[in-house]
Design a protein around this ligand. Structure first.
Ligand code: NI
Ligand code: MN
Length: 227
């Protein structure tokens, strides 16, 4: 079985794993790149990397409608329960758990995590998912950090990295991240959603091809990839 991964723009993904739908950072209603509407998405699981509005997105509404299990850090899960989302599974950095869709470990990310109402959202996270004999790393919002080398040692089939600059790594640091992570494939995200994060992903992909052995995959919003 392959993992079917569909990009909804920004940091939002829909993963289809063995018939289960896993949404990552479901920022849809206010996402100018989203090719779907909030009412149309289904979910069995929702993974949230950190508390910022462009990642928490429509989690509360979708979770209440679908009763999806929301997986995030401990502080965000507590906040979600206060919002009336009862079906949560808290984890934290360095900790993994064998969910039905795969083994999910939270990783460090260097960023912030305040929730939309200003509540404390704990530390931001990346996601390391082992599923269907594949290893996928979603960096979340982060700057470059050298311990990406440790994550790369796990042997990545795919890395998903922000390239937008301003709030996260820009193209040059994301290229350095590819060199530390050495994934078989890499997808750039978190660009073009807002004016301050306009980038040229095709130019970035060309540099990745020239300077690394990783295969860059530039998706359009709504486009899918089988991993
Ligand atoms: Ni953020
Ligand atoms: Mn963000």
């Amino acid at each position: 079985m392959a993992i079917k991964l569909t990009w909804y723009g920004h940091s939002t993904f829909n993963l289809d794993i063995d018939g289960k739908t896993i949404l990552i950072d479901p920022f849809i209603a206010n996402n100018p790149l989203a090719p779907v509407s909030v009412d149309d998405v289904g979910a069995d699981y929702i993974l949230v990397t950190h508390g910022h509005g462009d990642h928490m997105g429509d989690t509360v509404e979708i979770a209440k409608r679908t009763n999806a299990l929301v997986i995030s850090n401990f502080e965000i899960c507590n906040w979600l329960q206060e919002q009336g989302v009862s079906n949560v599974h808290p984890q934290h950095i360095g900790g993994g758990f064998p969910h039905p869709f795969g083994y999910l470990k939270l990783t460090i990310a260097h960023h912030g995590s305040a929730l939309p109402d200003g509540s404390y959202g704990g530390n931001p996270c990346g996601l390391l998912l082992t599923s269907e004999n594949k290893k996928l790393y979603f960096a979340g919002d982060t700057g470059l950090f050298y311990s990406m080398r440790l994550i790369g040692e796990e042997g990545l089939d795919l890395a998903v990295l922000p390239i937008g600059d301003n709030f996260t790594m820009g193209p040059e640091d994301a290229l350095r991240a590819v060199k530390l992570l050495e994934p078989a494939m890499v997808i750039p995200i978190h660009y073009d959603t807002f004016d301050v994060i306009q980038q040229n992903p095709k130019a970035w992909a060309k540099t990745v091809r020239e300077q690394t052995s990783s295969k860059p995959v530039v998706l359009s919003p709504g486009e899918s990839l089988d991993v």
